[in-house]
Design a protein around this ligand. Sequence first.
Ligand code: MG
Length: 158
Amino acid sequence: MNIRIGQGIDVHQLVPGRKLILGGVDIPSEVGLLGHSDADVLLHAIIDALLGAAGLGDIGQQFPNTDKTWKDASSLDLLARVWGTIQTKGWRVINIDASVLLEAPKIGKFIPEMKVKIANILGISVDCIGIKATTSEGLGYVGRGEGALAQAVVLMSC
Ligand code: MG
């Protein structure tokens, strides 16, 4: 059996007047993530982990922020497109583990819904997906509420 690991990391700025979408879930918030797409920092980290494991570059190469096609794109759609490419090569996901660093709002109660959305796209069980939320204890840009960071690792086999 061929086994691959991949990791991804992403950062987006938090600003007023944008939706806060994490793991494909629209979370009530006075600030949201700024980006060319919906700026779903968690899904972007997962996409980069998948692309890295598959040796297919990164999200910026797949969906350039200079391409109007991806303006305000749903990152669930981007994940589905990436997975569509990777699964044709015979890969399946064994598990994903991800962390989101965000000072506010609290997102814990939305994590089960995020897992369902991701699991449905990847064709895996929700218990193969780990998503954790943490703050940075007031330190740095995350602590000041200026942005959010997400990191993900994925294990795949074929
Ligand atoms: Mg991003």
